[in-house]
Design a protein around this ligand. Structure first.
Ligand code: PLP
Length: 394
């Protein structure tokens, strides 16, 4: 690996690259190989004994995966990292490697659905105690810390409710009580928010979303303090949620354009949020960089842009939500976000349909909540399609 980490983040995202082979290729080739060869028995012995850093087997390491990990570490300002097959395997590995029976995990209540399932359905089965705190009561968070609390987990901005948590405040609590602060930085990406600089110890990612940016492959990453990543690496190397070299090749290429894409997504999302404010069919519009956002001040403090997701609440509730989706012409109805194509979703009738109204309300999902992932199309077309569908949603 060529060590090119001395430039600005957007330059590093383009220029960090696996060392050239003898073919002198300009673009990193795909290393689609399960294992790697040794010249002789001594070299193989030394590599298995950790005396060299040669590759052994692609479940442990691979040049394409290493290139992606190096870029992620550089962008997040992290000491070390490991890439996984999906965002969920990154989050799951961070729990499994760092928590044990008898430990307590303290998590924000507003988190991704599958993360909620892992926390409530599986961790207790393995003797890991879990509890949720409400981000709307930041002064009350520290009271949830117990003597056995080992990790605080948060997602900010949260999916889908766009709630924002003060990372520096949590880092203060975590350091005071010797707790690991684990931040899911999927929505902001390292372009807009760098949790490690604010005191987080590890950062987890779904690379499937903005990092891929074109809705093609699944991937995940966990980066952070060397000694914590070492544990996660040992867990993953043995249990096998590794990222495929093909996906790593795609995702490393994606990182080259992450900065310019996030600039466009963020600029268009802010324009959309402003265009929708005051729309007669809506009761509210939520976007981190709108002054009306409940945690606007925190967003301004810890993010350099509001990101590509805009949420709004339809006056007509659940049925209006269904009519809105059915009226869209341009936007896609699909279970993803962070794509070059704009996407609309209505959590109450889809991802969160199985919950009761009260359960939905407790995670900030109201009957008329619509989440828009703002793509790279011309913003005029995006706004027009949404305004047309709002007219028909009455
Ligand atoms: C999608 C998502 C995940 C899970 O990532 P996958 O790549 O789908 O496994 C985790 N956290 C957040 C905030 C997400 O949006």
């Amino acid at each position: 690996m060529s060590k090119k980490n001395q430039y600005q983040p957007d330059t590093n995202a383009v220029r960090i690259q696996t060392a050239r082979t003898n073919e002198m290729e300009h673009s990193t080739p795909m290393f689609l190989t399960s294992s790697f060869c040794f010249d002789n028995a001594e070299e193989m012995r030394a590599t298995f004994a950790d005396e060299t850093d040669f590759n052994i087997y692609s479940r442990f390491s691979n040049p394409n995966v290493d290139e992606f990990v190096q870029k992620m570490c550089s962008l997040e300002g992290a000491e070390a990292g490991y890439a996984t097959a999906s965002g969920m395997s990154a989050i799951f590995a961070s729990f499994m490697a760092l928590l044990k029976a008898g430990d307590h995990l303290l998590s924000a209540r507003s988190i991704f659905g599958s993360t909620h399932t892992v926390i409530t359905k599986f961790l207790p089965k393995w003797g890991i105690e879990v509890s949720y705190f409400d981000i709307n009561d930041p002064a009350g968070i520290e009271a949830h810390v117990k003597p056995n609390t080992r990790m605080i987990f948060v997602e900010t901005p949260s999916n889908p409710g766009l709630e924002i948590i003060d990372i520096a405040l949590l880092a203060g609590i975590a350091d005071k009580h010797n707790i690991i602060l684990n931040v899911d930085n999927c929505f902001a990406t390292p372009v807009l928010q760098r949790p490690i600089e604010l005191g987080a110890h590890i950062v987890t990612h779904s690379a499937t979303k903005w990092i891929d940016g074109q809705g093609r492959v699944l991937g995940g990453a966990v980066v952070g303090k060397k000694e914590l990543i070492k544990e996660i690496y040992t867990f993953c190397r043995s249990t096998g949620p590794s990222m495929s070299p093909f996906n790593a090749w795609v995702l490393s290429k994606s990182l080259e354009t992450l900065h310019i894409r996030m600039e466009r997504h963020t600029g268009s999302a802010l324009q959309l949020a402003k265009a929708l404010e005051g729309n007669p069919h809506l009761t509210s519009v939520k976007y981190p960089f709108l002054p009306s956002h409940p945690q606007y001040d925190i967003a301004q403090k810890q993010m350099s842009g509001g990101g590509g997701i805009v949420c709004f609440e339809l006056k007509g509730g659940l049925e209006s939500g269904v009519r809105f989706l059915n009226s869209l012409q341009l936007l896609s109805l699909t279970a993803n976000l962070g794509d070059s194509r704009s996407i609309a979703s209505h959590p109450a009738s889809t991802t969160h349909a199985k919950l009761t109204d009260a359960e939905r309300a407790s995670v900030g999902i109201t009957p008329g909540l619509i989440r828009i992932s703002v793509g790279l199309e011309n913003i005029k077309d995006i706004v027009e399609d949404i305004e047309m569908a709002l007219e028909k949603s009455k």
